[in-house]
Design a protein around this ligand. Sequence first.
Ligand code: FES
Length: 150
Amino acid sequence: MMRANPFEPKIVAFCCHYCAYAAADLAGSMRLQYPTNIRIIRTPCTGKLEVEYFMRAFEYGADGVLVAGCEEGSCHFIEGNLMAKRRVNYARELLSESGLERKRLRMVNISAAMGTVFAETVKDMIETVRKLGPNPVRSDHVNVKQEIHR
Ligand code: FES
């Protein structure tokens, strides 16, 4: 018997143009199976992403957020991915303070050739978030807004 309204996590993936975005494309062209409930947002470099972007994604209803940047030492903006790593870690703390699990936000470092790794990462992320359940934070969640505008 089919379950009524099975939870399908919504994932937002911020993908660096130089690596993860290409890897996602590759995954598509290799016809690797990964779930379609993922929204890919291309960024010129993960270093361009502010903490606020991650928090807003949750505020707008994402159940999980993936940040995918170039491998360490390979960022086209020198240390953009290291900056992103620090921001992701900081945002994970904010999530925790807001009552969301840190595991809902994750960063990976991959190259453009890693289509399979990208597909596996997305699958793993979706399974992790599926176990956690839906994002309880919505736009009316005061704590997240306060953190964003702090
Ligand atoms: Fe890809 Fe910076 S250029 S993470």
